[in-house]
Write a protein that binds this ligand. Structure first.
Ligand SMILES: [Zn+2]
Ligand SMILES: [Zn+2]
Length: 271
């Protein structure tokens, strides 16, 4: 039987997480995981996170890389992928292309809509008075711009993060889902089922079942990740994510490899 995978993991380098790379590896090993991807938050341009509370400082990138590569050396029985999670800003393309170089696996994330940090837990009040339908439409525009940009995102992370605090559009979003899935497919991006949403006010994995079906229908590769920010949360609800993929029509989970290629494992081997 194939070991489990968690392809979205953070450490103390994120500025808002706990645990070293080695501690995260240890937690994964103890829980039967054989394939993990470190996807630390990459540096953002000056002025956005100068206190480094949600991203690495540029000075930390080399140490992070070295720790991941050392962990790989020390654990040859596991597949450990050196990745990063990059914020999409909607501009500053030179910065993005520069800072996303050299990763084996790159997550593309829309944590901001036109520099509004709509998903920041300390800024929930900034949703007050917003037209939620308009926010959803703009979010999907921004998401599609990211997915069709020249930035080498391997995978679009938590695709419907806009629902995080439970703000749902009043219209049927299936048209937005179908279009986003087509954009991902046309640009060779994969997606992930991210279980962290189960623990947020939206109480649902990202993407939700209908959106996941749309990705499957469009032929978009899909992986799974916990988005853990501490060793205790490594691998959280991964079996649930795999079952959600199966229910949406997927029969294989995709595993990003250190050489940039992808492996496919039958879900029936894991469920
Ligand atoms: Zn994220
Ligand atoms: Zn993350």
């Amino acid at each position: 039987m194939h070991g489990l995978m968690d392809c979205h993991l953070h450490t103390v380098y994120s500025g808002h997480g706990e645990g070293s790379v080695a501690q995260v590896v240890q937690a994964a090993k103890e829980r039967g995981f054989s394939h993990i991807c470190f996807t630390e938050h990459l540096p953002v341009p000056a002025g956005i996170d100068d206190g480094f509370t949600f991203s690495m400082s540029p000075q930390e990138v080399i140490a992070y890389r070295n720790e991941v590569l050392e962990a790989r050396e020390a654990n040859p029985q596991m597949t450990i992928v050196y990745g990063g999670e990059a914020d999409w800003f909607g501009d500053n393309m030179d910065f993005l292309l520069q800072t996303t170089k050299g990763y084996e696996y790159l997550l593309g994330s829309c944590h901001m809509i036109d520099y509004w940090e709509y998903d920041h837990p300390d800024l929930i009040h900034t949703w007050e008075g917003k037209d939620v339908d308009a926010v959803w439409r703009r979010y999907f525009e921004v998401w599609c711009e990211a997915a069709s940009s020249p930035v080498p995102f391997t995978c679009m992370a938590h695709p419907d993060l806009v629902k995080k605090f439970g703000h749902r559009c009043s219209f049927d979003p299936r048209e937005l889902y179908a279009h986003a899935a087509q954009v991902a497919a046309a640009n060779g991006r994969m997606v992930e089922v991210n279980t962290s949403g189960l623990f947020c006010p939206c109480a649902e994995q990202y993407p939700g079942p209908e959106f996941l079906k749309a990705f499957c229908h469009a032929g978009v590769d899909c992986t799974v990740g916990s988005d853990a920010h501490s060793p205790a949360k490594v691998g959280r609800r991964i079996r649930f994510a795999l079952a959600a993929m199966y229910a949406a029509g997927y029969r294989c989970v995709t595993l990003p490899r250190p050489d940039g290629d992808r492996d496919y494992v039958a879900l029936e081997e894991l469920l």
